[in-house]
Structures are given as structure tokens and as C-alpha cells.
Ligand binder design. Structure first.
Ligand code: ARG
Length: 459
């Protein structure tokens, strides 16, 4: 594979020759058979599957019981997009100018926005407005404990891109750029917005990298149970995984006409960490691994009345808690606590021996150690909680509206040993913000009607 690096927009949003640069790195579109040829320079457009319209129809046949809420949310395949709410647009512009006094003439900009909305039902954010919107959406993410870094978010401005193959290529380029060999940087790629004329693209996967989950009637589940529905959807579109516990799922992009397109994520775009323990030699034999960078792909950015339905963004992991305790430890995820406890030789005759607690801590230790040893940037729940408290104090002192969700800010282990536990927060919804698409929520619902809050994946 040629190592052509796609450079994203710089801080001013310039990144000339969008489509031209991409041709080197277009990912292979997976048709009925999956074969990744790297890199595909030309390709035939293939639309999958031919079931007459809505992208979910084929997958849903006979699975109505599996995903009822998902089905409900997909009743209209291509909803019409209403005109921008001019009051929201105005409030956004005013707040942008209030926080950015050097931004220019407020009244002039307001007049422009009003004129554009009454003419076309929408308006275009300037690059500084867009950048501010993405950063403030992060600042407003009530469940995110890493928000002290909100000003460092960098924008890849791809608002002209809605072709599914380019969306996939840009998302993979984002993943590579953000990974940066382990020196992770926070980026957001913003694709075409919804407008009254045209819907923007969508990515169905919750993240750019997700491991498949296979339901095996005989011996339970292999892989990540969270992604069973997505895996079945990919399979119904012609994907075939290797059947291991850590198969990277293909990206499924929904085009503006609501048709699905599926793309393999190249192996060399996915940095992974093998998990070992600093003291327990046997730990590596569990064969655990995790990917380095969480790039969230199923949330939309809403700012000033405009919705960007596809705006992948990433930070870096709070490895101990997110990967160790939750992804690998949760009973309905990789469920590794019993194996770890057994390896440690703990008395598992009763939960009152606290074997789950002790195993969870060692799983956290192992994951944190492994990310560090692999030189992959990551933080941990103890460090991050302290940074979060500083962020909370800064926001409170700033006079800006802010919010936090106590139950998500606190880590899943040892919460009371961190300062985040010992106080309360204003929990409310603020815009600009990131919000999860309704049908994505249903996709992660793991067979129950409503699933866990927010599908078990934090932002
Ligand atoms: N909790 C999610 C996961 O384990 C990732 C959410 C984003 N996390 C982050 N540190 N930026 O994959």
C-alpha cells in the first residue's frame, strides 16, 4: 500500500484539492464478496442491497423482534429537512461573537444569516464559527470527563463531501491522522450538513473501529456483544468476518438517498494494543487487545439550527476505566472478570469475597500498563477526575452555561476515591452539542427494547 498521507484542514480550514487527494486512498467498496485491494484507485459504484428503498429493509426482515425500536425510528427513509430555526441561528451567532470579540461585525453577520435563511432555508457557518461550534459542543458534552481540553480540538472541514466512498476514505484518513503512531490528537471531521435541499451522509457504526460480535447458538457469543446487530447488518450486506473475538467491522455509510455502502477499514489504519499485566505473566495468554483510538461516528453535531449528521470526532482513551473495566470487564461486553479472578486464584465461591472488584482493578492496571508500554497515549480515571474538577471550577467561574452528568463523569470503579464523586453538577442539555442518532441508539440496544442509556457507549 502506498503511504500517501492525506492532510486534513489546517486550523484555518484550508486543505485544497479535496477530491483529488482522495483518489489515492479510496477504500474498497465491499460488494457481495469482500476483498480488500489496497489501494483502490478506480471503482464501480455498487449499491447494496437492491431491496427497493430503505437501507434497513432487508436486514430487518424476520428480525422485527430483535430491534423494534430501531425499526420504529426508521419509518421514514428520507425525512425532509425543515428550514433552520432562525432564532437558534441568531442565538448561536450572538454567543459566538460574545465569546470571540474579535470576530467582526455582529450586526452585519446577523443580517447575512437572516437573508440566507429566508432565501434558502439555511445558511453556511464560517470556518471560525464551525470551529467554535465543535469545540463548544465538546465543552457541553455532559458525559465527557476529558473536556478540559476542549480548546485543542482540530477541525477537518469536509463540508463539501457527501459521497459515501469519500466519507469512508476521509474517516479512515481521520483515524490515521488522529492515531499518529500513538501520539493521539483530538480531531473532528465535519461532512455535509442536512439542508432543506439535501440530507447529509451518515455513518451507521458507533465508532470508526468496532469489533464484531457473533451470536453462536452452540457456544454463546464471540467478540463484542455490543455490536451484534451491526455485525448482522454487515453480514446481510455481504461482509464475512474471520470469526475471531477482535474482527474489525466494516464501515457502513448511508448516502443522502438512504442507501447503505460498506467499506473495509484497512488493517494498517487500526493501531491496536495487546493487553498484558505488569506482574501477572499469565495475563497475556488471555489474548486480549483493544484499539488505540475511539473515533465516535454515530453522533450528529448541532449548532445554530444546523445539523451535521456525520461529524466523526476523537479523543484518547481513559484506558483503565473505559477499556479495562467497562469494555473488557462488563458482563454484557467481553465479560473477563471471571477469567481474571480465576487467573489470580481468588476465592470465587461468593461475590462477598469481592473477587469482581479485585479483578476489575487488575484489569484496569493491565490495560493502563499496556497502553503505556506500547507508547499509545491514554489517561486514567484517577488523573482525569482531578482534571475534570479543574474544568468544572473554570466553567463555574466563567459565567458560561455548563453541564455534567454525575453518573457518567464518575468512573465505574473507585468513584469515591476521586474528587469527582464528592460534589454535584448541573445536568442539562446545551447547544451546540453532540447528540446520538436515534437509530444508532437502537442498533446498540442488544436485543432489549430500549437498551442501556445511550447504548452503553459514552462520548
Ligand atoms: N467509551 C467508549 C469506548 O470505550 C469511547 C468513548 C470516547 N472516549 C474517549 N476517551 N474519548 O470505546
Amino acid at each position: 500500500m502506498r503511504e500517501t498521507i492525506l492532510h486534513g484542514g489546517d486550523m484555518n480550514g484550508h486543505h485544497g484539492g479535496r477530491a483529488g487527494q482522495l483518489n489515492d486512498r479510496l477504500p474498497t467498496l465491499i460488494a457481495q464478496t469482500i476483498e480488500y485491494e489496497a489501494p483502490a484507485v478506480s471503482y464501480d459504484e455498487v449499491t447494496l442491497p437492491k431491496t427497493g428503498g430503505s437501507w434497513g429493509a432487508k436486514f430487518l426482515q424476520g428480525r422485527e423482534r430483535l430491534l423494534p425500536s430501531w425499526r420504529r425510528s426508521r419509518t421514514a427513509a428520507v425525512p425532509s429537512i425543515p428550514a433552520v430555526d432562525v432564532a437558534e441561528a441568531e442565538e448561536f451567532i450572538r454567543r459566538f461573537h460574545a465569546e470571540n470579540p474579535a470576530a467582526g461585525d455582529l450586526e452585519e453577520r446577523l443580517a447575512q444569516v437572516h437573508a440566507s435563511v429566508s432565501r434558502m432555508g439555511t445558511y453556511e457557518h464560517t470556518f471560525p464559527e464551525l470551529q467554535w461550534a465543535t469545540r463548544v459542543a465538546w465543552r457541553h458534552a455532559a458525559r465527557c470527563s476529558g473536556r478540559d481540553k476542549w480548546r485543542t480540538l482540530r477541525v477537518r472541514d469536509r463540508r463539501t463531501v457527501s459521497d459515501p466512498q469519500e466519507v469512508a476514505a476521509e474517516t479512515i484518513a481521520h483515524l490515521r491522522e488522529a492515531t499518529s503512531g500513538g501520539r493521539i490528537r483530538s480531531w473532528i471531521t465535519v461532512f455535509a450538513p442536512d439542508t432543506p435541499e439535501r440530507q447529509g451522509p451518515r455513518i451507521l457504526n458507533p465508532q470508526a473501529v468496532r469489533y464484531a460480535g457473533y451470536r453462536k447458538p452452540a457456544d454463546g457469543i464471540t467478540g463484542d456483544p455490543l455490536n451484534i446487530a451491526l455485525t448482522e447488518l454487515a453480514t446481510s450486506l455481504g461482509w464475512e468476518g474471520d470469526g475471531t473475538a477482535f474482527d474489525v467491522l466494516p464501515l457502513i455509510v448511508i448516502d443522502p438517498q438512504a442507501r447503505p455502502h460498506m467499506f473495509q477499514v484497512p488493517r494498517d489504519a487500526v493501531l491496536e494494543v495487546s493487553i498484558s499485566h505488569p506482574e501477572f505473566g499469565w495475563f497475556a495468554e488471555l489474548g486480549l487487545r483493544w484499539y488505540a483510538v475511539p473515533v465516535i461516528t454515530d453522533m450528529y453535531l448541532e449548532a445554530g439550527g444546523i445539523r451535521y449528521p456525520c461529524a466523526p470526532f476523537n479523543g484518547w482513551y481513559q484506558a483503565s476505566s473505559e477499556v479495562g473495566v467497562r469494555n473488557l470487564g462488563d458482563p454484557d461486553r467481553y465479560n473477563m472478570l471471571p477469567a481474571v479472578a480465576a487467573g489470580m486464584g481468588l476465592d470465587m465461591s461468593s461475590v462477598a469475597t469481592f473477587w469482581p472488584d479485585r479483578a476489575a482493578v487488575e484489569l484496569a492496571v493491565a490495560v493502563q500498563h499496556s497502553f503505556r508500554a506500547a507508547n499509545v497515549m491514554a489517561t486514567d480515571h484517577q488523573t482525569e477526575a482531578r482534571r475534570f474538577i479543574q474544568f468544572a471550577e473554570t466553567e463555574e467561574a466563567s459565567g458560561r452555561p455548563w453541564c455534567a452528568d454525575w453518573s457518567w463523569i464518575n468512573p465505574p470503579i473507585s468513584a469515591s476515591t476521586t474528587p469527582a464523586f464528592h460534589r454535584t453538577y448541573p445536568d442539562r442539555l446545551l447547544k451546540p452539542g453532540f447528540f446520538r442518532h436515534e437509530d444508532s441508539r437502537a442498533l446498540m440496544a442488544r436485543g432489549s427494547d430500549d437498551g442501556p442509556p445511550c447504548g452503553g457507549s459514552v462520548i
